[in-house]
Every structure is written in C-alpha cells, then in structure tokens.
Design a protein around this ligand. Structure first.
Ligand code: MSP
Length: 544
C-alpha cells in the first residue's frame, strides 16, 4: 500500500442538522484515518458540506435568510458537531467556496472539450426530496410504492427539461472492466453485487446541468461554462469536491483516494457516475468505494416525518453522560459497518460500554496501575529479561495482536480491528487470573524471592496494556492519552517515523522502562447501571 492515504466522507446536505448518520460515517473515516496515521502513512481526511441544493434557498427564505446566510449557519453547525465528536479531518470543504467553484468550472470545461457533454432533453422522473433523476425501473419499483422516492417515499415529479448530458454510456465497458478486475473497488461484497446487477441493465447518459428559470431556487448553483441559462446539477457539483479539495500542487500527490466512505443510499453516484466522470477526465480511480448500511431506531428507519432521528442533541447527551470516546467506540463497534442495518438501542449501548470500556480496558488499566502503586511504589517493575510466565510468550502475543489489528484496519474492518485490540486486554485479564499476582504479593514477606516473579507478571501486564491502549486509541483517543500520561509513556512522534510497528515493539524505544512512574489515575470509564434511563437531549436547539 502506498504511504499516502486519502479518505473522504460524503459532503452532507447543509440543509439538515447533523445526526447520527452523518456522525457515523465521519467517525468511521476518522478512526480509519487515525489508524493509518498510526501505521505511519501520510493521511488526508476530508469531509464537508454540499450547499447548492434548491432546498437551501427555500429553507433560508423561510427563516428570513439568504441562501448564503443559511448555508453559513448550518455548515457551522456541522463543523461544531464534528469538533465535538473529536474528528481529525484535515479539511472541511464547502461547495460554495471559491476554491471549489473555480475547479468545478475547470472540470466541466474539460469534459466539454473532450466531447463528453451534449445538450439534450430530459424526460422522466425526478426525486425532489433527494435532488436525483431516476430511471423508469427505479421509479416504478420504489419500495414505498410506484413513482415515489425510494428514499423518502415522497411522490416523484415528471420532468421534461433541457439539460446538458454527460456521456455516461460511453464509459460503461471501461467501468465494467474495472469493477471486474478490482474486487475491492466496491465494498462490501453485497453492494458490489448489487451494482453489477444494475449495470447489466445498461447505462444511460445522465444530466449534468439543470435549467435556470424564474424560480429563485433555480438561480442557486454554479453556471455551466458558456451557457448562462443552465447551472451544474448539484450532484455533479458535489462529487467534484473530492478532487477540488486536493487539487493544489502540495495536495495533488494524495490522488487517487484510498477510500470514499458513505452509506448505501448514494453508492450509485460514487461507484458508477463518479468513476466514469474521472475516466473522462483522465484521472486514476479511487481504490475503494465503501458503502455501509444504516442506523435504524427500534427497528424503524430514521426519518424527519417519524421524528425519530438520533440527532446531535441526543448524541451530546450521551457524550455528557458516558464521554465522547464511549460514543465513538459504540458507533464503530456496533454500527452498520457491513451490509446489515444496526439498531441504536440504549440497553445495548450500556452493555457494550460496561463490557468493553468500563470492565474492559478501563478496569484492566486501573487494576494493574493499582497493583504497581501498591507493591512497587508506583514505579514500573523490572521483568529482568523475563518475557512471560505460565506459558505466556508476551512478545509474540503482542506481535500477533498488532499484526491482526493492522491487517483488519487495512482491509477496512474497523470493528474487527477494535475487537482484536480488546482481545489483547482480555489476555491480560486471563493472565492475571492464572498467575494471581495479588496472592503472590501476600507471600513476599515469607518468600522474598517471589518479588521478581511479581515484578515480571506486572511488567508484562502493563506493557501489554500499553500496546492494547495504543491499538484502541483511534476509537478512544482521549482515554488512551490519559493512560499514556498516567504511565509516563514516551510520546509517539509520527513525524519521526514512530509508527505502530515501532511503538509497539517489545523492548523497543517506547516500551515501559523499569522505574518509570505508573500513576493509578482516575478510572477511565465509570461502570454504568444497566437499568439506568437513556440520556435525554437538552432543550431543543432551533431546528433546521
Ligand atoms: N449531499 C449528498 C452527498 C454528496 S457526496 C458527493 C448527501 N448528503 S446527506 O446529507 O444526505 O448524507 C448522506 C449520507 O449521510 C449517507 O450516505 C451516510 O453517509 C450518512 N447517513 C445518513 N443517514 C444515515 C443513517 N441512518 N445511517 C448511517 N448513515 C447515514 O447524500
């Protein structure tokens, strides 16, 4: 794998308020980005907002604001929500920014020059709720009833309008070949099969622009180069963000993306239309387009009409009660990472919080910290070259877990990577149960020779937990930082090449040194009562 790693999320409609869906995709990208940085790669992580939808104009007007004021206000809400989730994005792109708009003109100009754009007439179905053109089959077979939006269930409108079209059909054979030759291009496999199935119906050219009319909403957007009566279709405009954001001399080497992350709703745009546009531009294609499933609530799809969204206010309430690391961890560990939807259920949240965090990494680090405080005066004991007791070969156990986490994170199995990290914590618990250091401690007065045995056991526990913490740190960065501070661990300087393989090495530069201070510290995660009520969002903020 190349040393550069460019990862993106969809750019979210600026008309919505941030909710669990936006936060989920972005935390997935964030954890992947943090893993890759830890593996020593040069990462660029992009997220942002999609601002040229008609709704921005109409909703802004309803709130007595210009589209720009409305977009500014809501984009700021996304930025602050993402900061509250501790996301480490390197940039936040907004499609109304000049840097984006000027690049879009350049790309569309290039497509025109290559003869991939022509003026035509569109007749068919348009989903206003999603700003999306639908084929006859998709419109007819909508799960909500014929000629309703497959996503929102709202009635479709029949459209007949003059548009510029992009010659999608021309690139069909090339795209098909690419998908067939690259099994990792569309993931998970279920989604890949779906796309292949739909491709068998053949591709039609797609509108690249929409006409400008008297309706003020239609004036919003980027004009087609050379034709002031048309504006670039919001989806085409939006897809270009992945390229426009890094199309500067310093950032260009990040292209092509390692992963575009999103949910299944917008896979077609990313797995079919976008790659064909890139082929038309002569750009290399992203390595992977990853489309996860949905969060649902109590078995039901979350929607505005049901009013059952887990919105940012409720996530804030969970953060206030359980910490943001806990929310991040839960989303990754239990989220709809693969092809199956996940239910957000409070009982499950508390169960996972207790099992993996409070009783898992939290309890293990405080148990070991306490024993070192008690028996070794808060100083890291000396294993004296011993690498394991009771049949445990710690250097090799640690290495295996590190390798497992790297392999899983590289293949985008983030829940699997965290699972492997947690297994290392469980190994430490087992080891303590087998070796019973607390019993040995009681015998030391009578048998002073056993102090070395106790020292070796606790050293292995602490060193394995240091590495486990490192492996969990992409999901729980703040708790991990606390452990490293309490245990006076050496800082990991990624710029100096201190990547995971180096930092996790047994007996290496970062390993715990005998004598270094190991403070007990506060518990990382307080146990929660499984029966406690779910947090409630604070008084509602103004709704979008
Ligand atoms: N603006 C377009 C994307 C343009 S990308 C070039 C858009 N925006 S959106 O605000 O509707 O965001 C859709 C994305 O939000 C999904 O693909 C997914 O990443 C996330 N989610 C929204 N609801 C979700 C769930 N219920 N569950 C999981 N993620 C979902 O589409």
């Amino acid at each position: 794998m190349s040393t550069r790693y460019y990862i993106t999320t969809p750019i979210y409609y600026v008309n919505d308020r941030p909710h669990i869906g936006h936060c989920y995709t972005t935390v997935v990208a964030d954890v992947a980005a943090r893993y890759q940085r830890l593996f020593g790669r040069d990462v660029f992580f992009l997220t942002g907002t999609d601002e040229h939808a008609d709704k921005v104009v109409t909703s802004g007007a309803e709130h007595g604001m210009t589209p720009t004021q409305w977009a500014d206000r809501n984009a700021a809400a996304f930025q602050s929500a993402f900061a509250d989730m501790n996301f480490s994005n390197d940039d936040f792109i907004r499609t109304t920014q000049e840097r984006h708009k000027s690049k879009v003109l350049e790309y569309v100009g290039k497509l025109q020059k290559h003869g991939d754009v022509y003026l035509g007439e569109y007749q068919g179905w348009y989903d206003q709720s999603q700003d999306e053109y639908l084929t006859e089959t998709v419109a007819r077979e909508s799960p909500h009833g014929a000629y309703t939006s497959p996503v929102t269930g709202k009635p479709l409108v029949k459209r007949s309008e003059k548009n510029y079209f992009f010659k999608l059909s021309k690139y069909e054979p090339m795209l098909r070949k690419h998908i067939e030759a690259n099994p990792d291009f569309i993931l998970p496999a279920a989604r890949r099969n779906e796309v292949m199935g739909r491709l068998r119906e053949g591709l039609q050219d797609v509108p690249l622009s929409r006409p400008i009319t008297d309706d003020p909403a239609s004036q919003w957007g980027i004009r087609v180069p050379g034709d002031n009566s048309q504006r670039i279709y919001v989806w085409i405009d939006a897809l270009f963000n992945y390229l426009s954001a890094i199309d500067t001399p310093e950032r260009r080497p990040f292209w092509p993306p390692a992963v575009h992350v999103m949910a299944k709703d917008i896979l077609w745009f990313h797995a079919v239309i976008w790659p064909c546009m890139l082929m038309a531009l002569g750009e290399p294609l992203p390595r992977t387009v990853y489309a996860h499933a949905y969060w649902v609530r109590e078995g039901k799809k979350m929607s505005k009409s049901l009013g059952n969204f887990i919105d940012i206010d409720l996530l804030h309430a969970y953060i206030a009660r359980y910490s943001r690391d806990a929310v991040r961890y839960y989303l990754i560990a239990q989220g709809p990472h693969d092809a199956t939807d996940s239910d957000f259920a409070h009982g499950k949240f508390v169960e996972v919080y207790n099992a993996d965090l409070a009783n898992g990494i939290g309890n293990a680090t405080s148990r070991v910290g306490n024993m070192i405080a008690k028996y070794f005066d808060g100083k890291c004991p000396d294993a004296k070259g011993n690498t394991g007791l009771a049949g445990h070969d710690w250097p090799s156990i640690i290495r295996t877990h590190v390798e497992g986490v790297i392999a899983k994170a590289d293949s985008f199995d983030l829940p699997g990577a965290l699972g492997d990290a947690l297994k290392l914590v469980n190994r430490v618990d087992q080891y303590i149960n087998i070796t019973e250091p607390f019993k040995i401690a009681k015998k030391i007065e009578a048998e002073p020779a056993r102090k070395d045995e106790l020292a070796a056991i606790l050293y292995h526990c602490a060193e394995a937990l240091r590495v486990a913490t490192l492996l969990l740190s992409p999901a729980i960065p703040e708790a991990a930082a606390k452990v490293f501070a309490n245990w006076s661990c050496k800082a990991i300087d990624l710029a100096a090449g201190h990547a995971l393989a180096h930092a996790a090495l047994w007996g290496g530069h970062h390993s715990l040194q005998p004598g270094q201070a190991i403070a007990k510290g506060e518990p990382l995660f307080m146990r929660a009562d499984p029966a406690e009520a779910a947090p409630v969002a604070a008084a509602a903020a103004p709704k979008a």
